[in-house]
Design a protein around this ligand. Structure first.
Ligand SMILES: NC(=O)c1ccc[n+]([C@@H]2O[C@H](COP(=O)([O-])OP(=O)(O)OC[C@H]3O[C@@H](n4cnc5c(N)ncnc54)[C@H](O)[C@@H]3O)[C@@H](O)[C@H]2O)c1
Length: 481
């Protein structure tokens, strides 16, 4: 194993170096990014672009061989293909599945590992825990470890630190290795832009490590570095921003249902409300998915439930989750309601075309996508003739359906089109096109067309948050249960 002192040509490690900035400028800091998925790969590429030699480590062999053969896996991240092509094949960027090849030679180890939850919405951290155990045997003293994954406040201190230290015979935190947190806050689909503009949070187990992490990130990203008193506070900030969004979206989702019943259009309400200085608009839809917002709310709830009496804390976060998780069912109800108005019986085996199925616009990612629940509910109600179109999955089998080549193909001969996720391309969908495809009903989760436009094209229209003043009372008896 090559020791750091040999490869860097200097005698000290990054932890005790007085010349970190010089080392960074001269490319004498070696970096390992563990987990090169949605966040880790762009991170590794940004570090390589800054002139530091980066090794990406991942358990996914298929991903590693794709990257090795120069097949860039994140086409929906603008700007990164160019960076990938610039560093691929150079000494600055390599990938491996072997921890023993990647970890020991690294001065800085970034963890960008998944932090998902199980079917009962309990967050789990097995990837981080397993890598922490690898670090116990493979991390070279003098290195700095940075947890970028989203974890619960206190997880770095109480779970990661003891796992990496082990019996403390080789590694001692803040004595011969550093540990910190720099939670990732980028938004899929615009990671490069975010990396160049969003401030980063830096917390660590000691001030020296926080200084080093700030210098390293400051070398790579031209953004403000917000110094946190510790790792737990850095993770608390990350969760606060995302749970804030989850709760606010839940609020407008509930308003949307109320306004549908009152004959009020939520778009009109939000457009006017946002003109008040202290109102921040959030928008209703078919639900909240992805690897972050739903999980982050459950992470905070999980943290609270670990405290005595904690189960009674954060009741609005719990209620918000319930409201957001009910939206797919609401969309399905709107669909049956529209079919009823169009004279198509719920038990007549209607053909349904779903448009946009990934969890958010302009990104290829199905994690916790509301469309999953919509399809499950449809099937549970006997609707089996389901088509779908999503520009990111053309021709692929997704949710048990072979995705159509175009929105027009999916809608051709269908009874109802349900817009779930408004990808850029789908924003251009007009009512006449939907009507000419043969669809009688358009369900608009994202309000891409006006009810008037839909009506003038002869469509029955149902939009999330779009009340029509002529609706009557409770329609629940129109839906098969
Ligand atoms: N995707 C986002 O929108 C986003 C935004 C901000 C923060 N985050 C957070 O960043 C972290 C990573 O998320 P992501 O979206 O990049 O996840 P991802 O699933 O896209 O990537 C994670 C990668 O880690 C790899 N991996 C899993 N176990 C491993 C192991 N034991 N050793 C090595 N590699 C392993 C996986 O194969 C995968 O390639 C999570 O904590 C997430 O909450 C995600």
């Amino acid at each position: 194993m090559m020791h750091k002192a040999q490869h860097s040509g200097v005698s000290s490690t990054i932890l005790d170096a007085h010349d970190v900035n010089t080392r960074l400028r001269t490319g004498q800091v070696r970096v390992c990014v563990i987990g090169i998925g949605r966040i880790g790969l762009p991170t590794a590429l940004s570090f390589a672009k800054s002139g530091l030699a980066v090794t990406g480590l991942d358990v996914n062999e298929e991903l590693i061989s794709r990257i090795r053969s120069a097949d860039f896996p994140l086409e929906d991240e603008p700007g990164y293909r160019e960076i990938f092509e610039a560093v691929h094949g150079t000494d600055l960027f390599s990938v491996t599945t072997d921890p023993a090849k990647a970890i020991p030679d690294s001065d800085v180890v970034l963890l960008s590992l998944p932090t998902p939850m199980d079917d009962s919405s309990t967050p789990y951290y097995t990837a981080l825990e397993s890598v922490a155990s690898d670090l116990n045997s493979l991390l070279t003293p003098g290195s700095v470890v940075v947890v970028e994954s989203t974890v619960e406040p206190g997880f770095v201190e109480s779970e990661m630190a003891p796992l990496i230290e082990g019996d403390r015979s080789r590694l001692k935190i803040s004595e011969n290795f550093g540990l910190g947190a720099c939670p990732e806050t980028a938004n899929p689909g615009e990671i490069l832009r975010n990396f160049e503009s969003l401030p980063r949070l830096v917390g660590a187990m000691d001030a020296n490590t926080a200084d080093i992490i700030s210098k390293v990130y400051g070398h790579v990203f031209p953004v403000d570095l917000i110094r946190m008193p510790d790792c737990r506070t850095a993770n608390a900030v990350k969760l606060t921003t995302n749970v804030f969004r989850d709760v606010n979206v839940a609020f407008v989702n509930e308003l949307a249902i109320l306004f549908e019943n009152l004959g009020i259009d939520i778009n009109v309400v939000l457009d006017a409300a946002k003109r008040k200085y202290n109102f921040e608009p959030h928008y209703p839809g078919a639900g909240v998915g992805g690897p972050c917002l739903p999980v982050n709310s459950y992470q905070l709830l999980n943290t609270a439930s670990g405290l005595v009496g904690g189960d009674s804390l954060l009741s609005m976060v719990r209620a918000g989750r319930r409201a957001n998780e009910a939206m797919p069912s609401h969309v399905v109800n709107l669909m049956f309601d529209g079919l009823h108005e169009a004279g198509i019986a719920a038990d007549s085996a209607p053909v349904v075309a779903l448009l946009g199925v990934s969890y958010k616009p302009n990104v290829r990612d199905m994690q916790l996508a509301p469309s999953r629940e919509i399809v499950r509910l449809l099937r549970s109600k006997g609707v089996v003739r389901i088509r779908l179109y999503d520009p990111y999955y053309v021709g692929e089998e997704i949710l048990g359906v072979k995705a159509a080549a175009s929105a027009a193909d999916a809608m051709h001969g269908a009874d109802v089109a349900v817009l779930v996720t408004a990808h850029e391309e789908l924003l251009a969908l007009d009512a006449r096109t939907v009507s000419e495809s043969g669809c009688k009903v358009f369900v608009d989760s994202m309000r891409i067309m006006s009810p008037e436009e839909a009506a003038s094209a002869g469509l029955v229209y149902r939009g999330v948050g779009r009340g029509t003043s002529n609706e009557e009372g409770d329609n629940s008896d129109r839906h098969p249960s």
